[in-house]
Design a binder for this molecule. Structure first.
Ligand SMILES: CC(C)(COP(=O)(O)OP(=O)(O)OC[C@H]1O[C@@H](n2cnc3c(N)ncnc32)[C@H](O)[C@@H]1OP(=O)(O)O)[C@@H](O)C(=O)NCCC(=O)NCCS
Length: 184
């Protein structure tokens, strides 16, 4: 079976083994200043259990295993971001970078069901974009299930455009839309 990054975004967040690094959230003048402001930071090993729990609660297939999460924490070509609220991992995103490529791949994004609709997904997505820009990427790509209009709306609201339809992309045979955003 392909490694998750090869299969690319389900769509569906690398962590350092060092201390957490907070990703600056948007400036107070920007629209989402009224949203709940979680601390979006890079994941650390102590987040592993919460990441697996979030994964299992958010996706019925194509899930990352504990072993894969651990691998990505140590993978220099990946970032795992955690949106922490009250100290807990309320959401997470996984983005992959490939050396020599300016295209970053958003592999996964998920928010705990009880906390959806409060802007956490948007905060994570915007943090991923900031990291990709910092790593000199000029595009961000992702795949999303064709039957997931809520996630598609989140991406479209953030300027992502459909660039391909992929039949049978997911484990259960569901189709995917590939989306892309120019970051420059
Ligand atoms: C997709 C997902 C990450 C979005 O996270 P989120 O924190 O709900 O995102 P936001 O709050 O920024 O935006 C969600 C939208 O739903 C609306 N919404 C309102 N109440 C909501 C609720 N109870 N639940 C979900 N969305 C709600 C929000 O207002 C917003 O609408 P808009 O796009 O018209 O502005 C989240 O729904 C999720 O984890 N889904 C399951 C996993 C998944 O499908 N991931 C994407 C894989 S491609």
């Amino acid at each position: 079976m392909n490694a998750p990054e090869e299969k690319a975004c389900r769509l569906r967040a690398q962590g350092l083994t060092c201390a957490a690094v907070a990703v600056p959230l948007r400036k107070p003048s920007e629209p989402s200043a009224t949203r709940a402001s979680p601390l979006v930071r890079r994941a650390v090993p102590a987040d592993l259990a919460a990441l697996v729990e979030l994964e299992n609660a958010s996706f019925s297939g194509d899930r990352l295993s504990l072993r894969q999460w651990r691998h990505h924490l140590d993978n220099p070509g990946a970032w795992i971001l955690v949106a922490a609220q009250d100290g807990h991992a309320a959401g997470a995103a996984v983005v992959f970078f490939r050396s020599g490529s300016r295209v970053a791949r958003l592999y996964s994004i998920a928010v705990a069901a009880s906390l959806r609709g409060r802007g956490l997904g948007a905060e994570l997505l915007e943090s991923v974009e900031r990291i990709a820009r910092r790593r000199h990427c000029d595009r961000l790509r992702l795949e999303v299930r064709a039957d997931n209009p809520q996630a598609q709306r989140l991406y479209e609201r953030h300027g992502y455009q459909r660039i391909a339809h992929i039949e049978g992309y997911y484990e259960d045979g569901a189709d995917a839309w590939r989306y892309e955003k120019r970051l420059a």
